[in-house]
Design a protein around this ligand. Structure first.
Ligand code: PNS
Length: 156
């Protein structure tokens, strides 16, 4: 069975993430999407809420499980029996970042490979950073986020 992990901050989960998660779920037998800690970022949403939004957004995808992990990604992947990490790339900056992280993760866990999926054109300019701005200024979130995650965010 080919098992993959799709990690991220998911602060919050966006429609761009959802497109990548669904594509990963088509490729792999099982995908663990995992809300994690990026030590370079101070999140807007607490880890439990990021996880709850991710879980609600992926509930209808049968081979996807949403989890929360506060340790190293390589350790999580090993614990889940995953040999692949999936990351989305929108541009050269994403690619450079992901190349570095792929090398670190492979050094930590030599059986772990990273698969990079190119973002679809309509999601090239969508980022969690931009969605956080929309949240801050109370703008509609429907164009950017899955409906189930918006419901969780609004506390419904
Ligand atoms: O959505 P992001 O912020 O680009 O995701 C980055 C993330 C959370 C995947 C990365 O920071 C991460 O893997 N954090 C877990 C800690 C870890 O394993 N660090 C070493 C790999 S760089």
């Amino acid at each position: 069975m080919n098992i993959a992990v799709f990690p991220g901050s998911f602060d919050p989960v966006t429609l761009g993430h959802m497109d990548l998660i669904r594509r990963a779920a088509d490729i792999f037998d099982r995908v663990y999407v995992c809300a994690m800690v990026n030590s370079g970022k101070q999140p807007m949403f607490p880890a439990e809420q990021r996880h709850a939004m991710l879980r609600a957004a992926t509930a209808d995808i049968p081979n996807v499980t949403a989890e929360l992990w506060t340790g190293l990604l390589a350790d999580y992947a090993k614990e889940r029996g995953a040999r692949y990490l999936i990351k989305g790339v929108r541009n050269g900056t994403d690619f450079d970042t992901e190349l570095g992280m792929a090398q670190i993760n492979r050094a930590l866990e030599p059986t772990l490979d990273t698969v990079l999926l190119p973002a679809r054109t309509e999601f090239l300019h969508l980022s969690s950073t931009m969605v956080r701005e929309m949240v801050k200024y109370a703008r509609p979130l429907e164009p950017y986020m899955p409906a189930a995650a918006i419901e969780i965010m609004k506390g419904r």
